[in-house]
Structures are given as C-alpha cells and as structure tokens.
Design a protein. Structure first.
Lengths: 155, 525
C-alpha cells in the first residue's frame, strides 16, 4: 500500500513529463518507479557549463513524495559532474530542498530539476565544496543520511 | 580511635586555607565563609550548608506536564488565544511567559508570524472537509468525496497525504514542536489539536512525548535525569557561565547523583570544563576518541556533540537551533554574507593544535601518574561494589549466626556507601590535581586528598574482612568510626575546594576557565 503511494504519484508525474518538460531538461529513462535518469543543461551562456549536458539520477523511496528523492549527478564519458561549490566531485549535491528539512511533498521531479538548473545558472565559482577530496574519499553514507547545513540562498 | 586525628587536621587545614584566600575574598563572601567554631565540625556539617551545596528541585513527569499546562492556560487567558496556539507561542519564546506577553502586546502580528502562526481569526479550528473539485497536490488524487485538511494557511491536502507526512516527521525525523505545513515555503506550524485529529492515537502519544521533551530541553534551568529509565527532570538555577565557580551536583529522586552543568555523573570537586578535558585526554589513546576529537565539536550553546560530515560551515544545531560557524565556533550571524570562508580560524587553530600536542607529550609521564590513580579508584569502586553485593548476603548470615538484628548490621551498608562516594570524589581529585599549578593551595589540597585516601583504603581493607571477623564488635565499632571519618574528610575536601573555586583562588596550569572567544561572545549579551 505504501509502495502504491509513491507509484501512483510517480505515474502521474511521468504522464506529465512525457507530454512536456521545460527547456533544458530531458527524460533519459524511467523504466520503473525506483530510479529515473534525466539530463539537464544550463540555458544561458554561463562559461562554466556552456555546451555541457549533465545527468541526474533520481532514486525514489516508498514514501516519496513525503520523503525527498535521492538526487545525484552521475558521471559518464560525455556527462561530467558540474563544477559548483555545493556539488561534490562524486555527484552528491548539497541542496536544502533535497533534505528532509527543506523538502516539501509538493515538490516533484520537474521542480527539482529546475532548481538544480537554476543553482548552476546562478553560479560563477569554478570550485568544489571545501573538503571535497576528503569527503569523497571518506563518505560511505547515502546522501539522505548526511547532515548538510544550508545557508546560501544565492546559488 | 580515629576521632582525635579527625578533629585536628581539618582545623589546621581550615586556618591555612582561609589565610590564603583572604586577599581574594569579597566582603559578601567573608560572611558565609565564617566558620562559627572550628571545634564542633561534626555538628556544623549536619546543619550548615557546605560551600558545594546548591539548591535544586526534582520534577516528576506529571509535574512537567502540569507546569506546561499551567503556563498554557495562563497565556490562553491573558492573550485570549487558543490553547494549542498559546503552546506554540510559548515554545517559540522558550517558555518565557513574560517576554511572550510583552512582545505580543507590542507587536502581535510579527510575533505570530515568527512563531509560525496565522493571524488570529474567529474561524473555527481546522477540521476534515470534503470539497468538490479538490485535487491533492501531493498524490494528485482527485476522487469524489476525498477528505482533505488544511491549517489556517489554507494549503489543502488529502487526509492520507497529511497522515503520511506527519508520520514521517514524527517517527522518522523525531520532530514535534516545529512540524510545518507540507507546502513549499509555508512556515505555519501544525498545532497539537490539528495533529490529534489526523494521526493514530499511538502516533499522537509519541508526538506528545516529543513535545514534552522540548519543554525540558528548551528551558535552561531544566535537565533530564540521565539515569537509565528515570523520567524525572531536575531544576537548578546554576548558569552555564558560573560553571567555573561551582560544581553543581544534584541528586534526582531516583537517587542518581549527577552534575547539572554537564550531565555526567557526580564529578566533584573538579569543575565541568576540567572534567571534559580530562575525559577527552584519558580517551586519547583510543581510536574512537581520536576520531571524535578530530571529527566532532560541541555546540557552543547546548554542548551537543556534532559531527560534520559534509556541507558547508554554517551549522545549525539540531537540538537547540543555535547557528554557528564550524571553523571559529562563533555566531553565524556575525559572518554576514561572507559565505563559508572563515579566515579568522586558520592561523590561530594551527598554533593552538601544535601547542597542545607538544604539551601533551612533555606531560605524558606526569599525566600517567594522575591517570593511574584516577583509574585505580574507578576500578576499586567497582570492586567495593561487588564485595558489597556479596556482603549483603553475608549480612543476612550474620544476623542468623550472631543474633544481630537487621538494624545492627546496617553499618556495612553505610560503609559501602561511604566507600563508593569517597572513591568517586577521590577519582576526580586526581583529574583536578593534574590541572593544578604547584603552589601552597595545591599542597593543602593534596594533604586533604591524602587524608581521605588513607582513610578510604583503611576502610576498604576492613570492609573486605571475612564475615566471621565482621561479627566482632570491636571491628564493627572501628568500621563505623572509619566510615564517619571518611565522610567527614570528604566533606572537608569538597568544602575547601568549592570555596576556593568560588573565589577564583585556584591556579590552573592550563587556561580552560576562560571560554573560547567565540562561545563567550554568544553567551553574553
């Protein structure tokens, strides 16, 4: 019954996504209600991201959308991890709306993609978060178990 | 008999200590420091409050509930707002009723908004409704007859989604006092009455338990008794900034003795900060402790241990919501918009860390001297306890064999208790002494320590004697004398130490009595 809950909502989201998606966002795969892949690109001429396409992986728990989905960038030959002071080089994103404190069940896959898109658009710093190397080496946790602290509304 | 030596040593001690501390004494302290007559020490300690006594009060769960209810009722009457809303306001003001009322009278709108409440209106409290044409934004259901719910902000969701949402917050996140409307960016808080309409009784109970917890955690003067399964809270007015002057040891109704300042078990005579350092130091050689000290810090406000495992330097304590900078531990608000770069940190911390390391190497031998004695008392206290458990059985035997009554064998009980408490105290005297600079006061302290230690070891030895010998009336008298002597020596030692601490007379070899600049600025105005 709980799994149904997520499936029902994701089914409706998929319907909507299949009919239309905002510019710069494309669905790569949505074969089940556990994991979806989407590609995003930055629309304006930000030199950091121009001409690049980035791949996002969404993983949904059975309590989605009450619980936030797990969203990370995945690396492929033609899909790098974008440079950003809130994005670790292993693809983990430090974004408040992906944590249980900042998440609202009203959010959806599309709105999350758009938020990440605009997070890239607004950035001009060609850098990783402080302690990136150490974090990437040491982290064994799932993103949702990490206590991120969010403060920065500008990016 | 030990009475003679007991009367002479404290006398001497007292005089010297007083002479020493005199230049430091403020006039008001002189007054209660005055021992009326040193000859009648024994009686004084039963009547007069010692310097280390502090006042505190123990509250049972029902008392805690009642306190909240009383405050809520009062605010409910004075401000004419619903009880569940009064509760939210009080929580926002950390149960400071006076400030709440004052602020509310002054600027009701802002206060309501900041606390997460809608403007008061005459509307009836929210209830389940079936609205034609309603579509739930969470599950996208739009079936006819779909029951929905909205708090005052009007963000309406179906009952199922609301329940899921609340269950997630309460069960998975342990949140209660600040569960907000599910809508994105809506800060309105879901009140207790709405919650009770929506969730199962089991979940509601959990919710109310969590709420009760926040009451104690929100109030600086209240702390939970840390003993396992004890549900009491203790009220004590000793403030965090006074912890360098006093060691606030309290005893819960469950008989557990603990320090109100740091919630560790009784660590008199050593002040909290010293204890913290000592424990950290003692645990230094274990990998876990190394990891903790390398990867965690304490919240400068509530002392919760925090691990930072990613993200930026802007920390918000989960427990007390204090916002600070991970780098310098200072208030976040003072950082302005300067991102997560805290430049103040680098040079200072670097030298501090290096200094600390060098020091600890040089003093390793000295440290081991104190540590071994500290650990020994901890170990012995455990052994004494074991022996007492065995002795307890033998006390029954003793009653049968020697014809002593129950009351007549209770001296063993008292002796065991004295051994436990004195060893606990002795244990911490070694941690304390480790941090003392060498001077006359320290020597007096060590004399007191030696006296207590010798007495305790002597008592411990008598206590270990086989049951057959314990029946000997002569030994019984000796044990009783030694017991009371131990207790007396302990009081003298604690009294002396507490007095000097209150007067700031101790000289420590490390500077831990002045808080770090960052935490200092946040606790003062």
């Amino acid at each position: 019954m709980v799994a149904n809950f997520a499936a029902k909502r994701l089914g409706k989201e998929l319907q909507k996504i299949n009919s239309s998606l905002p510019p710069g966002i494309t669905l790569v795969s949505a074969d089940n209600f556990e994991e979806w892949l989407l590609d995003i690109r930055v629309l304006d001429k930000n030199p950091l991201y121009e001409g690049q396409i980035y791949r996002l992986k969404f993983r949904f728990g059975s309590s989605y959308p009450i619980e936030p989905p797990e969203v990370t960038f995945v690396k492929k030959d033609d899909r790098p991890i974008p440079m950003h002071p809130h994005i670790y080089s292993n693809g983990i994103i430090c974004l408040d709306l992906l944590g249980s404190q900042g998440w609202s069940p009203v959010q959806n896959v599309e709105s999350v993609c758009m938020s990440i898109q605009s997070m890239l658009t607004g950035n001009s710093k060609n850098e990783r978060p402080p302690g990136d190397e150490e974090f990437v080496r040491g982290n064994r946790q799932r993103p949702k178990d990490i206590d991120f602290y969010y403060h920065d509304n500008t990016v | 008999m030990s009475g003679g030596e007991g009367a002479s040593t404290p006398f001497l001690t007292y005089v010297v200590v007083k002479a020493h501390t005199n230049p430091w004494l403020s006039t008001d302290f002189d007054f209660d420091d005055e021992p009326p007559d040193l000859g009648i020490h024994k009686d004084i300690h039963q009547k007069k409050k010692t310097a280390y006594d502090i006042s505190f009060k123990v509250y049972k769960p029902e008392d805690i509930q009642k306190q909240q209810d009383d405050l809520i009722n009062e605010v409910n009457m004075i401000l004419d707002i619903r009880k569940e809303e009064a509760a939210i306001l009080l929580r926002y003001f950390r149960w400071n009723k006076e400030r709440l009322i004052e602020d509310y009278m002054d600027k009701a709108r802002q206060v309501l908004e900041a606390a997460g409440l809608a403007q008061s209106s005459a509307k009836p409290p929210p209830r389940l409704e079936t609205i034609p044409g309603f579509v739930c934004d969470i599950c996208c259901e739009d079936g006819e007859g779909l029951q929905s719910f909205a708090i005052k902000c009007g963000h309406r969701y179906c009952v199922d989604c609301y329940r899921h949402y609340l269950a997630q917050k309460i069960k998975e996140e342990g949140e209660a006092a600040r569960i907000q409307c599910p809508s994105d960016g809506c800060n309105l808080i879901i009140d207790a009455r709405s919650l009770d309409i929506l969730v199962t009784p089991e979940l509601a109970e959990r919710y109310h338990t969590l709420l009760n917890r926040t009451y104690v955690e929100d109030k600086e003067t209240l702390k939970w008794c840390p003993a396992p399964d004890c549900e009491n809270a203790v009220e004590c007015s000793v403030k965090k900034k006074d912890l360098d002057k006093v060691v606030p040891t309290v005893q819960c109704a469950c008989s557990y003795r603990f320090c109100f300042g740091c919630i560790l078990s009784d660590h008199q005579p050593a002040p909290c900060e010293l204890v913290k350092r000592w424990l950290k130091k003692c645990a230094d050689d274990s990998e876990t402790a190394n990891w903790i000290s390398a990867n965690t810090k304490e919240c400068p406000k509530c002392n919760s241990t925090i691990e930072k495992n990613g993200g930026c330097n802007h920390m918000t304590c989960r427990k007390c919501k204090h916002e600070f900078c991970w780098m310098c531990m200072g208030l976040w608000s003072e950082h302005g918009t300067s991102w997560y770069n805290c430049n103040r940190f680098e040079e200072k911390s670097g030298t501090e860390a290096r200094d600390a390391q060098a020091k600890s190497r040089v003093s390793l031998e000295r440290y081991l001297h104190y540590y071994n004695r500290y650990a020994n008392h901890e170990q012995s206290a455990r052994l004494d306890k074991d022996i007492y458990v065995k002795t307890e059985k033998k006390m029954v035997q003793l009653q049968k064999e020697s014809g002593m009554s129950w009351i007549e064998v209770q001296y063993l009980n008292s002796a065991s208790q004295a051994l436990q408490t004195c060893r606990q105290t002795l244990k911490w005297t070694y941690a304390f002494a480790f941090y003392l600079a060498r001077n006359n006061l320290t020597e007096i302290f060590e004399d007191n320590q030696k006296d207590l230690e010798m007495a305790v070891e002597a008592l411990s030895e008598m206590f270990e004697k086989p049951v057959g010998e314990l029946a000997d009336p002569k030994l019984k008298v000796e044990i009783m004398d030694k017991t009371s002597y131990c207790n007396k020596r302990r009081i003298i030692l604690l009294d002396d130490t507490a007095n000097n601490l209150a007067n700031g007379a101790w000289t420590f070899n490390v500077d831990f009595m002045t808080p770090t600049p960052a935490s200092g600025s946040s606790s003062r105005r």
